[in-house]
Design a protein around this ligand. Structure first.
Ligand code: PLP
Length: 375
């Protein structure tokens, strides 16, 4: 039997989403930009899907753009800064590489870049306030950290920025990478007051290679290139309609009874967390973290421990799997959160899906115990 606990890296596509993918590929085969009957039919499907996302997220459909995933959504927004007069960009020191990796290029183009430190993984409003300067143009703070699940106080941070704006009489763009937040914590774009956000289908049982970009005020956004002009010139390239339609089905399914599901997953996480703590190991996820992510310090280097678990049919990740290509990424983020070096090296991330069962969780605990005791 296999136990998949690496859902923060990617989830398995749901049956309904997969069926929708196939049905859309078969029925809506034309290019949504074509003006013949089949093209118009595909275009209608695309726009209906956008409307559904708009009502799920409580925003206007004109503020949503389909992309190939969160990495592209983030890249679109940050690269567009290159068109503007350089200023200061502030991001948290624990952002995903999809955000952080842009800093060297921005620096090269004259931007002042600040990676604001976190306190136990959280950005404090006072630290942010101290960094805000008259040339600050962009603030990027993730909603939920992908390594520990820490829930950043986005609303409070946005309020701090809005307060500061009164002194400079100009808006600062507040972006929040929301990949690990959608459907996993209580999340309301309008209430948060952010200007931009990124989402990804494959974290909530949708297909890979499709995501969303939210822009509060799209008219002020100029991408590096409009390419073929799709997505109102904000994201060129033929829309991946089957994946977009499957994303919608997955999101609707995931968000149904979201609070109840999150509560249930929270209880599973607590069970695992208590079991790990009772083995004398240190939990690295803070109290205020997503129900879906649990990080702890194992007794062995994380590559060794993940392999031992894998041999027993349990799949977890060391730090952040989506960044395992960037060596030591999870470890680096944990160090920046103040985790001791020896613990950061041994960090293991267990991540749940909203369909994870109690039986799977009990087996995970039993295998963890066996692996730790047998080492
Ligand atoms: N941001 C965060 C916080 C993530 O966890 C991930 C993926 O793991 C990404 C961005 C990138 O998302 P995508 O795979 O859709 O490009």
């Amino acid at each position: 039997m296999d136990y998949y606990f690496d859902n923060a890296a990617t989830t398995q596509i749901s049956e309904k989403a997969l069926r929708e993918y196939i049905a859309t590929a078969e029925e809506f085969y034309a290019n949504p930009s074509s003006v013949h009957k089949e093209g118009l039919k595909a275009h209608r499907k695309l726009e209906e899907t956008r409307e559904s996302f708009a009502s799920m997220l409580g925003v206007s459909s004109s503020s949503l753009f389909f992309t190939s995933g969160a990495t592209e959504s983030i890249g679109k927004v940050i690269s567009s800064l290159l068109f503007t007069t350089p200023g200061k960009i502030i991001i948290s020191s624990v952002e995903h590489e999809a955000v952080a990796s842009w800093l060297p290029l921005l620096k090269q183009y004259g931007w002042r870049c600040k990676e604001i430190r976190t306190r136990d993984g959280f950005v404090s409003k006072n630290d942010l306030k101290e960094e805000l300067t008259p040339d600050t143009k962009f603030v990027g703070i993730m909603a939920v950290n992908n390594v520990t699940g820490a829930i950043e106080p986005i609303k409070e941070l946005v309020e701090t920025v809005r307060e500061y704006e009164k002194t400079i009489k100009r808006r600062i763009f507040f972006f929040s990478d929301s990949v690990q937040a959608l459907g996993k914590i209580s999340y309301d774009i309008t209430d948060l007051g952010i200007d931009g956000a990124s989402f990804s289908a494959h974290k909530i049982n949708g297909p890979r290679g499709v995501g969303l970009l939210y822009l509060r005020n799209p008219s002020s956004f100029r991408p590096l290139s409009p390419a073929g002009g799709q997505e109102k010139g904000k994201r060129g390239g033929t829309e991946n309609l089957p994946a977009i339609a499957a994303f919608r089905v997955a999101a609707e399914e995931w968000l149904e009874n979201q609070d109840e599901k999150n509560r249930r997953v929270g209880m599973l996480k607590k069970k695992v967390s208590d079991a790990i703590a009772s083995m004398g190991l240190h939990i690295l996820s803070p109290e205020n973290s997503s129900a879906y992510i649990l990080s702890f310090a194992s007794p062995l280097p994380s590559e060794v421990f993940t392999r031992m678990l894998s041999d027993r049919g349990v799949y977890v990740s060391s730090g952040s799997a989506c960044s395992n290509n960037v060596k030591g990424e999870g470890e680096k983020i944990l160090l920046r959160m103040g985790v001791k070096s020896a613990e950061a090296k041994n960090a293991i991330r267990i991540s749940f899906s909203n369909s994870t069962t109690e039986e799977e969780t009990d087996n995970l605990i039993a295998i963890l115990k066996e692996t730790i005791n047998g080492k």
